[in-house]
Design a protein around this ligand. Structure first.
Ligand code: 13P
Length: 338
């Protein structure tokens, strides 16, 4: 199978996974962003969302630790206060602009309690437009819930199929697909159950990518960690999460894949950093692919709290964001010390 953009795709992967750097997800949909703003005491309008994203993207020093930013459709069309379109601003700083292209997880018919991610309609045309705006990577998030009898095979397969079609369309457009099958942390399940669900689901995802002839070297997996449910009676510690996650990835993720990045998925800020650091140490010399962070909440939360409490404190909020970026960049090298 010939991939006409293979060279550009692998170059983008290399930039995104530069050692000691990671990705920031700034792609909350308007509904999600509004929920987070309201919790922080901020009114959510296109202008407040623009101001907040500008604050993060322009945070001094963050460019040393952040290789790319995932934007939302509204954000990729917005600009800095000086009028520089956000994707141009990122590129000028040596960072890769990315774009969330799924249109959200909707109830999956005949599968109570489960969701399938939509967004394939018109995707080829949307990708062409985003590429012209400067986007060189994209994200598609599927959610897999753990529960009584869940996930179903139907849910895993429906999501993997949509994700593989998305990935193939991205590569056709010269855009690196980030494939994000998130196994949700909600629930009282133990880490064993998370491990078996993650393994089962990853095998389905990679089988489907192969069926759809996706170039693995030009794709990135964004995964949840193998971790105890939030309401589990006894939650596994940092070393256990690191060992289980790395072992599961080594079992399921082909060596040719361009990279593995992690989502924070509702973990605490420091916890996400500790886990990344421990995984990096466990994987040293064993993982065939680069591993780094692609966090939203774990990078943004302290900054959003400061800015939410007082919008005059933009500089402090920027410092808080740059600090978390720096700590995660250290963890991405396995050099984080508390
Ligand atoms: P969190 O790190 O907040 O889980 O977000 C990452 C992401 O991009 C979810 O799609």
């Amino acid at each position: 199978m010939m991939h006409k953009h293979a060279k550009a795709l692998t170059e983008t992967v290399r930039t995104l996974t530069t050692r000691g750097k990671g990705i920031v997800a700034l792609d909350e949909s308007n509904a999600t962003c509004t929920a987070r703003f309201e919790a922080a005491g901020v009114r959510s309008t296109p202008e407040t969302r623009r101001q907040y994203r500008e604050l993060l993207m322009t945070a001094p020093g963050s460019e040393d630790h952040i290789s790319g930013a995932i934007l939302y459709d509204e954000t990729i069309r917005q600009a800095t206060s000086d009028g520089v379109p956000f994707p141009n601003f990122l590129r000028a700083r040596g960072q890769v602009p990315g774009i969330k292209v799924d249109t959200g997880a909707k109830d999956l018919a005949n599968a109570p309690g489960e969701k399938v991610t939509e967004g394939l309609d018109g995707l080829r045309e949307r990708l062409a437009e985003y590429h012209a705006m400067g986007a060189r990577f994209a994200k598609w998030r599927a959610v897999i819930a753990i529960g009584d009898g869940l996930p179903s095979q139907l849910c895993c397969e429906a999501n993997a199929h949509a994700m593989a079609r998305y990935a193939a369309l991205c590569q056709e457009a010269g855009i690196v697909p980030i494939i994000e099958p998130e196994v949700l942390i909600d629930g009282s399940h133990d880490i064993d159950r998370c491990e078996s669900v993650t393994e089962h689901n990853l095998r389905i995802v990679f089988r489907e990518l192969q069926v759809h002839r996706v170039l693995l070297e030009g794709a990135i997996l964004k995964t949840s960690m193998v971790i105890s449910g939030l309401r589990a009676t006894k939650r596994a510690g940092v070393q256990e999460v690191a060992k289980r996650t790395v072992a599961t990835l080594l079992r399921c993720v082909p060596a040719a894949l361009g990279g593995v990045v992690f989502l924070s998925g509702g973990q605490g800020n420091v916890e996400s950093t500790q886990h990344l650091n421990a995984m990096q140490q466990v994987a040293a010399g064993r993982a065939p692919w680069p591993m780094t962070f692609s966090y939203a909440r774990a990078l943004q939360q302290p900054a959003l709290e400061i800015w939410g409490a007082n919008q005059q404190c933009a500089a402090e909020a920027q410092q808080a964001f740059a600090f978390r970026a720096q700590m995660n960049a250290l963890a991405a090298r396995g050099e984080y010390r508390q």
